[in-house]
Design a protein around this ligand. Structure first.
Ligand code: GLY
Length: 356
């Protein structure tokens, strides 16, 4: 099974398949036939898949797992390795791993000799449906996440759902959180087609948890079709792309207040989705019937809301105020305003405090 999607800006393809790893890596090798390759591979993926992917040690940089590895030291190591091996602008970096590997490799590619090709091979559900597509690249500094980065589109994205089989349940569910976000924004994505992701997710929950290949390929395809429509319209997040931040204002605050140790990104997004739905309902942006439908979908996938009383309200508000998304002292939320539609709403700290 193979689906190919096209991203108009920078003209690249995304392949989603359940091919065996031999054909999969052959496609990537054929695609980069005349280029020197540097594979940046997550250590976990290296342990599990280096043999199946016939990875050659002389072409590899292994990145340890964890958000803290997305730092300037590893970034410089990638650059130095490419330089020592005589990489020119004609060569290619290939990221194999989750969002951390994709982000740092993309950033290294965007700055090496002012930009060389890179290919995304996402191996987690979260990176397959979100971070591998759209060209957001970055590294963290100790004091701020994603503070050094660029918009730099990959040359191609190769997704193989067989990688998802070795994800632990928590990581898999983390991806589902981001997928449900797409279901809540579908009608705002300005796509000239409907994929009915919300309805599809409601129907195929059991199949997803049974790892049914057809359902998984279709869900990834639907999310990416929506993301592509958004990114084609607004690559640099000047306007429309902000809708992809549904659930993320609170999510980033929760991740920050817990030092990125308590929640996976997808879990934090799920809590952010619950909060956004509640806020939208209390502000009368959505009717109770839609609020209920949306919460039912989250519950169907086994998610529950988070009691925010456990966290210091003033700290949460202060973090949201300092978020990259904040503007002119206002905290910016993307909130549902109808069935599968969203809009941007600004709050002062005082206004928002009432709802936490
Ligand atoms: N992850 C949100 C975006 O790519 O804009």
């Amino acid at each position: 099974m193979k689906q190919i999607l096209h991203v108009d800006i920078k003209n690249y393809d995304i392949t989603i398949s359940d091919d065996n790893f031999y054909s999969f890596i052959k496609d990537i090798m054929d695609y980069t036939n005349n280029q020197k390759r540097l594979f940046v591979v997550s250590s976990k993926v290296y342990k599990l898949y280096s043999k199946a992917l016939f990875l050659n040690n002389s072409e590899i940089f292994i990145l340890k797992d964890g958000e803290k590895e997305k730092n300037y030291k590893n970034y410089l190591k990638i650059i130095e390795l490419a330089s020592q091996r005589g990489f020119t602008r004609k060569d290619v970096f290939i990221a194999i791993g989750g969002g951390v590997v994709g982000d740092i490799t993309g950033f290294a590619a965007s700055t090496y000799m002012r930009g060389i090709d890179y290919i995304q091979v996402p191996t987690t559900l979260l990176s397959a449906v979100d971070s591998s597509v759209g060209g957001k690249t970055a590294i963290n500094m100790d004091y701020a996440k994603n503070i050094l980065g660029s918009f730099y589109q990959p040359k191609a994205v190769f997704i193989n759902i067989n990688f998802l089989k070795t994800l632990d349940k928590r990581q898999f569910r983390s991806g589902l959180g981001e997928i449900i976000k797409y279901a809540f924004i579908e009608n705002s994505c300005t796509s000239d087609f409907h994929v009915f992701l919300f309805e599809y997710l409601a129907l195929c929950c059991d199949k997803v948890y049974e790892f049914d290949s057809i359902s998984l390929v279709r869900i990834i395809e639907y999310c990416l079709k929506l993301k592509i429509a958004v990114v084609n319209a607004d690559e640099k997040e000047v306007s429309l792309r902000k809708i992809l931040n549904l659930g993320h204002t609170l999510a980033h605050a929760l991740e920050t207040i817990t030092n990125y140790k308590k929640f996976t990104h997808g879990e934090a997004v799920v809590y952010g989705l619950y909060f956004a739905l509640k806020l939208a309902y209390e502000k009368e942006l959505i009717k109770y019937s839609y609020y209920r439908m949306a919460v039912d979908l989250l519950e169907k996938y086994g998610f529950a809301s988070l009691n925010l009383n456990k966290y210091n309200k003033q700290k949460l508000l202060a973090i949201m105020q300092n978020d990259k998304k904040a503007q002119h002292d206002k905290i910016i939320f993307i909130l549902p305003n109808g069935k599968k539609t969203v809009q941007e709403i600004e709050f002062t700290q005082t206004e928002l405090a009432e709802f936490i």
